[in-house]
Design a protein around this ligand. Structure first.
Ligand SMILES: NC(=O)c1ccc[n+]([C@@H]2O[C@H](COP(=O)([O-])OP(=O)(O)OC[C@H]3O[C@@H](n4cnc5c(N)ncnc54)[C@H](O)[C@@H]3O)[C@@H](O)[C@H]2O)c1
Length: 274
């Protein structure tokens, strides 16, 4: 039995680096997937790949900053698949001018909030009534490790992703008793092709020195977590924020430097016998 056999799923940001492999893996897990993105050509390519792999999908081009588009996305999904079981709020991004507070343009802050925080809220607003008609369902929000720790840069994005964590807990608290589970995934650096092309090589090296798992994160790592949280295997997991970051945020801040010393860390015990 596949984990999401017959489930009706909405996935936003499905033309992107994490979104496309997630669409493919959701379909391979048996889901009927309504994929959505603002980028028509990338969305069409994802649809083609899902269908070529034998998956069931429809594509709805939508701008998630527009409530009418989200309303239409939910309507089209229900029309195609007869209802909605799972909502994956994957769409999100930071903007190049999101550098620091002193140069922050109020419009940039608002645009970042609209894309990263308001959009998943609106998807919940229009998706939850359909989940409730089925007696409940699952929502998976993609937040970011940037929401869980201070960053040198991207302050608007970090704040918006922190709002997604709060949204996740609010939705789970408000609708959990009616059968809705709402969880979040906080990815670390997930180096797909589009991101690898623009991400500074030196920063990739520094990140690699600070993650505990000895490899970079992949889109499949996120897709696997999405499928788990969306499935009945996670039926008692609610309002949880799951880092998928190779342990980046789990260790002492001096991990990389201490490891470079070739030491397991200082032992400050005064008891020399044991
Ligand atoms: N890649 C990483 O390292 C990483 C790390 C932490 C969190 N995340 C989060 O994971 C999610 C996916 O990231 P990604 O790396 O695949 O990004 P990506 O840029 O590759 O994909 C994002 C997709 O969203 C679409 N999009 C942008 N604006 C839109 C709008 N207004 N309406 C509809 N679609 C729109 C884009 O066309 C694109 O296809 C995002 O929420 C991101 O913040 C990614």
């Amino acid at each position: 039995m596949r984990a999401l056999e017959g489930k009706s799923v909405i996935l936003t940001g499905a033309g992107g680096g994490i979104g496309r492999p997630t669409a493919l893996m959701l379909a391979a897990a048996g889901a009927r997937v309504a994929i959505s993105d603002i980028h028509e050509a990338n969305l069409a390519e994802t649809l083609a790949q899902v269908k070529q792999a034998g998956g069931e999908a429809i594509a709805v081009c939508a701008d998630v900053t527009r409530e009418d588009d989200i309303r239409e996305l939910v309507r089209a999904t229900v029309a195609a698949f007869g209802g909605l079981d799972v909502l994956v709020n994957n769409c999100g991004n930071s903007f190049a001018k999101d550098r620091d507070i002193l140069s922050m343009e109020a419009d940039l802050w608002d645009a970042t909030m609209a894309l990263n925080a308001r959009a998943p809220m609106l998807c919940c607003k229009h998706g939850i009534p359909e989940l409730l008609k089925r007696g409940g369902g699952a929502i998976v929000n993609i937040t970011s490790g940037a929401a869980l720790s201070g960053q040198l840069g991207i302050p608007a994005y970090s704040a918006a992703k922190a709002a997604v964590i709060s949204l996740t807990r609010s939705v789970a608290t408000l609708y959990g008793a009616q059968g809705i589970r709402c969880n979040a995934i906080a990815p670390g650096l997930i180096l797909h092709d589009r991101l690898a092309a623009v991400f500074p090589t030196e920063q990739i090296r520094i990140d690699a020195e600070n993650i505990l798992s000895p490899r970079p994160g992949t889109p499949a790592d996120i897709a696997n977590a999405v499928i788990f949280l969306a499935s009945d295997a996670a039926s008692f997991v609610n309002a949880h924020v799951m880092p998928v970051d190779g342990g980046l945020l789990a260790h002492t801040p001096t991990y990389a430097q201490t490891r470079a010393l070739g030491s397991a860390g200082p032992n400050i015990s005064k008891d020399k016998e044991r």
